[in-house]
Write a protein that binds this ligand. Structure first.
Ligand code: NAP
Length: 245
């Protein structure tokens, strides 16, 4: 199976890459990252890994990567695209507690990284879904993007952008099988995981079960490995249960 992981420099994206490389060390893994130097050495130096610099704000440039294009074209079995990039905070912005905290730039940044980047990637890569045994298209979303499950409020930009990502996954699950069946396009909640993204909230996380990235990668790997066409259009928790949209 050929695997493409966007956000391979992140905690979850990187751990997932290591999980796939352990399971299928000779199969190609295409890793997309803003900065290749931020990808862990274990992934970066693995002979099956092909890294491409990519930013969620821009379409994927495969013109400068003919080797990746030919890998995608020659892939015979399954193809898996996993979107593990995401944005919650940076040096100047943190999740909103109340409506007065909403900032237009923060809303747009979250939407750009958490949703638009995935749309542009699927647009660039979907032609290669044709003829594959199964195309898995998985957006690493978040339970806080569930509209039905929202009881606490706050985190406006992140919640709204993940709800938008969920709609994107659902919309793609309708269109993609018409052109590229069989497809399983899903949104995944990875479970709360230690990472740079969750680090500022470690005090409130103390009350929750927090997974190490390796455990999250095992959980997501199992969910992904068991996907079939029948799962197309689901929002799936890390333990395989359905989540409400
Ligand atoms: N950790 C949790 O508890 C948790 C819970 C629910 C959902 N999630 C979701 O899980 C996914 C992975 O998060 P994580 O916990 O692994 O966080 P992380 O370690 O901070 O990883 C985030 C990844 O997104 C990339 N990224 C950020 N902005 C980007 C941009 N403009 N263009 C391209 N890539 C960009 C980062 O690249 P750089 O290395 O260049 O910064 C990094 O690879 C996210 O979608 C997150 O929302 C996480």
């Amino acid at each position: 199976m050929t695997v493409i992981i966007a956000g391979v420099s992140g905690a979850i994206g990187g751990a997932l890459a290591e999980r796939y490389l352990a399971e299928q060390p000779s199969e190609p893994l295409i890793g997309l990252a803003r900065k290749v130097e931020n990808v862990s050495g274990r992934v970066r130096e693995h002979p099956a890994v092909h890294l491409v610099e990519w930013q969620a704000e821009h379409p994927l440039d495969l013109v400068s990567h003919p080797e990746v294009r030919s890998l995608l074209a020659s892939a015979q079995g399954d193809l898996s695209l996993i979107y593990a990039a995401g944005w919650l905070h940076d040096d100047t912005a943190s999740p909103e507690k109340r409506v007065e905290d909403i900032q237009p730039d923060t809303m747009l940044q979250a939407y750009q990284v958490n949703c638009v980047g995935f749309a542009l990637l699927v647009q660039a890569l979907s032609p290669w879904f044709k003829g594959k045994r199964l195309s898995r298209v998985a957006a690493v979303s978040a339970k806080v993007g569930s509209i039905q499950d929202n009881r606490l409020g706050g985190w406006y930009a992140y919640r709204c952008s993940k709800a938008a990502l969920n709609m994107l996954a659902k919309n793609l699950s309708v269109e993609l099988p018409r052109k590229y069946a069989p497809v399983a396009c899903v949104a995944l909640h990875p479970g709360t995981t230690h990472s740079a993204l969750s680090e500022p909230f470690s005090q409130s996380l103390a009350k929750l079960t927090v997974h190490e990235p390796g455990a999250t990668a095992d959980n997501l790997f199992n969910v992904l490995a068991n996907l079939t066409e029948e799962d197309n259009g689901r929002f799936i928790n890390w333990d395989g249960r359905d989540l409400p949209w």
